[in-house]
Design a protein around this ligand. Structure first.
Ligand SMILES: [Zn+2]
Length: 127
């Protein structure tokens, strides 16, 4: 269950990014997953709820998932292609001996939506 550590890492990075930008709260987390991940989007959502559900800094925050293709190489015929499958089949020769790009990230935090209290005050002062 290394998703626990991965999710904790995402939470830590989101918190750092929000604090660095003067945020008081994280409202949205934008994540990109690739088929190199050996876990599902649902398990990240579950661990996020478990780890950050009680955390005021993340209260009500939404996870947004984007899915990216990953480069793969067929070990039988050396064909190179992009795939969204964790265990792809070579489109050239039908081989199952396909290696995903070993450098492909499993899940990346691409953006963080923050609530920054000063903005709120500025907006209410205008009203
Ligand atoms: Zn092949």
């Amino acid at each position: 269950m290394h998703e626990l550590g991965i999710t904790q890492g995402i939470i830590d990075r989101a918190r750092e990014a929000a604090l660095a930008n003067g945020g008081r709260r994280v409202t949205d987390l934008f994540l990109t997953m690739t088929p190199a991940a050996d876990f599902s989007q649902e398990s990240i959502e579950m661990y996020f709820e478990m780890l950050a559900g009680e955390d005021d800094f993340f209260r009500g925050a939404a996870l947004h998932f984007d899915h990216k293709l990953v480069a793969a190489t067929c070990l039988s015929c050396s064909d190179e292609f992009n795939t969204d499958a964790p265990q792809p089949v070579c489109p050239q020769c039908g081989s199952l001996l396909v290696q995903l790009d070993p450098d492909a990230p499993m899940v990346v935090l691409t953006d963080v939506g923050i609530d920054d209290a000063e903005d709120d005050e500025a907006r209410s002062a205008e009203r």
